[in-house]
Design a protein. Sequence first.
Length: 256
Amino acid sequence: METRQDAAMKKAALRKKRKRRRRIFVFTFFLVVMLAVAAVCSLTFLFPIKSISASGSKLYTQEQIVSASGLIGKNLFTVSEEEVLSNIKHKLPYIDNLKLKRSFPDSVSLIVTDAKAYASYSVGNKFYKVSKSGTVLEAEYELPENTFEVKANGVTCNIGDSVSFKDSSTEKLVKNLISCLEKNKIKINSIDVTDKNDIKFRVDDRFDVILGSKANYENKIAQLESMIKNIEETRKGTINLSIWNENNRQTSFIPE
């Protein structure tokens, strides 16, 4: 039979156990809070970037790239390559790609790749040179050398940004046509999709091509590649693929 003394001892042990649990809970809570505060401080006040190096560009100096990066004073662990590349492109559009390497406690190394002019979008009275990744590089009043012309409706070109299309279907069409022509190893001089039912190319420095609508464009371009191979290298003219389809494979070549 339990005595009063035994009951009192049990109650005392239970109170002691509860106090120990509360102390553990309070200690754990404050530990979590302190760790959270330490984490916030480390990402806000600690590890500011003080030293930056840059390499890889033949067009811009290290000082230009470092200045455009906006990294001085930023936290070493929170900056991202995407953010830095965006900052740099708006000031130095010919930077195409970037790799960021961190060195504890306060150093960053930027390894960049220069962009090359690839196409030129005709907008208003200017030609906007664009890299293969789609970044607008600069504007000129004449078609730049070593680029092909692209004409399309609803195009906006801001230097340092990607080419913007009002209609996403136009963007997709332009990209698909370029990809298909390159896949068939056809040199592009110009692409005109201002009328999507009357798409036109200039290719191989000697042929004006009437594609018609985008229907069967892959097969039409494959047919174009075959025709070019079978036309004498000295001949120029117009190739009409507008009525070509799976049931009517009629095409025409009108020499100059």
